[in-house]
Design a protein around this ligand. Sequence first.
Ligand SMILES: [Zn+2]
Ligand SMILES: [Zn+2]
Length: 606
Amino acid sequence: MCRGATVETTTPGPARAADAAERETKTAKAKGLIPLTSMLQNLMKNNTTCRGAREGASGAIDLDPWRAYNFSSARRSEGRGGVSMVRSKVFVGCRLYSGFMPRVVHEAFVVFDGKVVFCGSREEALSVGSHLRADVVDLDGLTVMPKFVDAHAHLGELALKEGMVDLEGSRSLDELLGRLRSFAEAKPHLPVVFGYTFDHEEMRERRLPSASDLDRAVPDRPAIALRKCLHVGTINSAAMRLFDPAIFKPPFAELDEEGRPTGVVKEDLIWEVREKLSSLLSREDHLELMEEGLRRVSLKGVGAVGYVSCRREFLNVLLELEARGRLPMLVSCYMPPEELFDLHEALSLRGGLRAGNVWITGIKMFADGSLGARTAWLGEPYSDAPEGRGLKLSETSYLLEMASRAEAMGLQVAIHGIGDAAIDQILEVYGKLSRVRELRHRIEHASVLRGDQLERVADLGVALSVQPRFILGDWWVAQRVGLNRLRDVYRLKSPLRRGVLVGFGTDCPVERIDPWETVYAAVARGDRECLDLARHTPEERLTLEEALFCYTDGSSRIIRADGVVGGMGVGFRASFCAYEKDPFELDPSELKDLQPAISSDKLLEG
Ligand SMILES: [Zn+2]
Ligand SMILES: [Zn+2]
């Protein structure tokens, strides 16, 4: 989660990365598993001997884990998620939007071996299909669109949020507890229960739950319910028993009148608690949650993700899932620099690495914190706290050194920059590199971007990875930066006009992955919510075409998977959703609630 300053600062030093690698090897060996480095080495060896590692245009090596053997305990016979894929299908009777700028419409398409091989008229599609002996599916007037590409999400936490209990929108304590209880009852084998992001301001009781509340829902094992900001939450009694009672002290823990901890924990302590609770999960649990989480996201209409701040242990989880044929989408990973450099050295790589659906694409670093916590680094003081300009989180020399090393290895660089001072720093770094446009180095968020910076971004060829859903989530932003700076906040249209590569993400779990909420936010810009931002910057609203273009084509370029996902033209993966209503015929307010009627996950099953 990118907007909480507490996590943002966890850039590990080289020593810590080496420690982590060693720890990983030890735990992996203890559990009888093969550590990541040897897993990838085996993959490469087997691919080289089986069919030769193919070097893609981007310099990344493509590996096919299906050709690899003996690199995990998985049985390859499990097949793709236990589902047999039919090789070919013809889809007719639909309105297919294969791309958005310009809008391209077809009435039929043909899928062969998971890819689109034809788009066009019904007659031609049927003729192509008959050569392939394809089944014919009449979509009966549905509107078909490529799945979205989320360029910025945190999958470790997404897995916990989507794979466990979603508490968003709970209107009362009973509702919140009910959701926790039914999940706990359905999954008795999980050693811990995580509930993600309630907002007590939206609950009837308007108070945080207590440990004894949570005990009523989950009495038998540790449980935690996290507030929207992720900086505060409540744990139950079983979770509290895992710790020395002495740590439950203000300011990081709340006490009742008699001085006993209530179960409410904050800031530093909540990170410690979360880490401990997460460590209770076995590798199998992590695999199950990641699979379940991504499957849900896939059904909502997301076909690929940029996984930022991906740690080695989660890369391991993804590779294991992929090897078992259970990873439902393409994941492009951005790792902390030291961790990735170690791996790179161990594998003697040039460029990225593509192992089936798991791509290792680049590094992720931080220049500042968040506007919510007033830790985003601004050029001028905060309007609602004039004593501060936020936090600088990394030295320029450090960012430059890491970015230069990455670039020399052909890796992409992504740097979190929310405030304009942080963006100045990132642009200074990118200004000294030589392959910015080619490798599509990214600025994450770019929330407060001055006009002169936009020019520089365009000239250097920097890509902007933005989160339109923040427009609605950060409804208070006008107070933070003042009306004068609003024109620089959450720019969408001006970068597009200037020819900048713009892609969308959600920063899940900060905002939930509900792709049509993101589209709605980009198009309506908080107009119906009466936000100052909408009133003062109507010129930054996108058309529906532009929003869909950014969230498909734009994001796919940002995660360096263009031509593979983010479109439904010939050659793309057949990763699509079908809708009852055509979004182009809807009022913008209706976009928010759009849900796919069915997706390629179901339609391409055997
Ligand atoms: Zn983030
Ligand atoms: Zn971030």
